[in-house]
Design a protein around this ligand. Structure first.
Ligand SMILES: NC(=O)C1=CN([C@@H]2O[C@H](COP(=O)(O)OP(=O)(O)OC[C@H]3O[C@@H](n4cnc5c(N)ncnc54)[C@H](O)[C@@H]3O)[C@@H](O)[C@H]2O)C=CC1
Ligand SMILES: O=C(O)[C@@H]1CCC=N1
Length: 317
């Protein structure tokens, strides 16, 4: 993923045979529509997890990007949404909100060839499952997931919520797939904008902090390479400590903060400049942006011609 510093996980080809896990034959056929940052993160995470998948196909509109993904991961990449969906049991939507409707028009026309009903799993921020249900054939199961880019290294935090027609088995299947690339929390859909503001966008907040800390280190006389390594490993170690210790962040912070010491001096400056207020405002802005995306798509979807039974479009996407 170029946004993740240009380093790619090593390509590994997907297993194509049937596998048994407990009593379940693992036969997932997966399509990922949108091979951008999050689509690639999911693709990489699924491959890296070693999870047996019967078929994995990516739909990517940009020819150059499609070739890049096919080369890097050894998977089938196509530009045909319907073709990919027809061979899939689970279709992940990883396009920007404004491309959702175009994709759904194609998905709505895809026939169901499999023994099991196709599930549409949206990774898209903001857009409620109701919108998908309105555009897909009646009763089509939809699940909404908010993952984050650490999927690339199988350390995602994903939240999952069910649409109206998704049954327990379909939710479980989605949860299992997302568990193969990280941790999963099942939430009511009303919490999805909040989740997006915390964990969906969250990695960017920590990267910003590492950037700022690196710059600060350079200002104090370290080389950029030294400062970046110090800041990155500190983020990783602090995260691991928080996750593994079961100790609250308040107590972990107190353990670093010696009376009248260096940490106390730094934290006082963070507080003076309003880190809590800034974080709160940032999360609110993120949640608002999700709601705005939903409103935008809703308005577009309800315009004349934004019909539920779409005509086939041969326009370039
Ligand atoms: N980037 C992130 O960290 C996260 C993103 N998301 C969600 O994932 C979605 C995608 O975000 P990114 O991957 O960041 O965007 P992106 O712009 O990197 O990727 C979108 C990809 O979809 C392709 N595309 C557009 N229309 C298409 C179509 N009709 N058929 C096939 N491919 C098409 C584009 O060419 C592009 O490669 C967004 O809706 C976002 O809300 C969710 C969680 C985290
Ligand atoms: O910035 C965005 O809109 C997407 C959703 C969550 C993370 N990235």
């Amino acid at each position: 993923m170029s946004a993740a510093g240009g380093r790619r996980p090593r390509a590994r080809h997907v297993q194509t045979s049937f596998h048994r896990r407990g009593n379940t034959i693992m036969t997932e056929r997966i399509a990922i529509i949108g091979g951008g940052k999050i689509g690639e993160a999911l693709l990489a995470g699924l491959i890296r997890s070693g999870k047996p998948i019967k078929d994995l196909v990516v739909v990517e509109a940009l020819t150059e990007r499609a070739a890049e993904l096919a080369g890097d991961y050894g998977v089938r990449v196509t530009q045909d949404v319907r073709d990919a969906a027809e061979s899939a049991q689970v279709v992940f939507l990883a396009v920007k909100p404004d491309a959702v409707e175009t994709v759904l028009r194609e998905l709505a026309r895809a026939e169901d060839h499999g023994e099991t009903e196709r599930i549409t799993v949206s990774l898209v921020a903001g857009i409620p499952t109701q919108r998908y249900e309105a555009l897909l054939p009646a009763g089509a199961p939809v699940v909404r997931v908010m993952p984050n880019t650490p999927m690339l290294v199988n350390e995602a935090m994903s939240a999952v919520s069910a649409g109206r027609y998704a049954d327990t088995e379909q939710i479980d299947l989605t949860v299992r797939l997302m568990e193969s690339v990280g941790r999963v929390m099942v939430v009511p859909e009303t919490q999805m904008d909040a989740v997006t503001a915390i964990s969906g966008s969250g990695p960017a907040y920590f990267f910003l902090l590492v950037e700022a800390l690196t710059d600060a280190g350079v200002g104090l006389g370290l080389t950029r390479v030294q400062a970046l390594e110090l800041a990155s490993q500190t983020l990783k170690g602090a995260g691991q400590l928080l996750a593994d210790s079961g100790v609250s962040p308040v107590d972990l912070r107190a353990a670093v903060t010696s009376p009248a010491g260096t940490t106390a001096a730094a934290l006082a400056e963070f507080e003076r400049y309003g880190i809590r207020h800034a974080t709160n405002e940032a999360a609110r802005a993120a949640a608002d942006a999700g709601r705005q995306a939903a409103r935008r798509v809703d308005v577009e979807g309800s315009r004349p011609g934004g019909a539920l039974v779409p005509e086939r479009s041969d326009e370039p996407r």
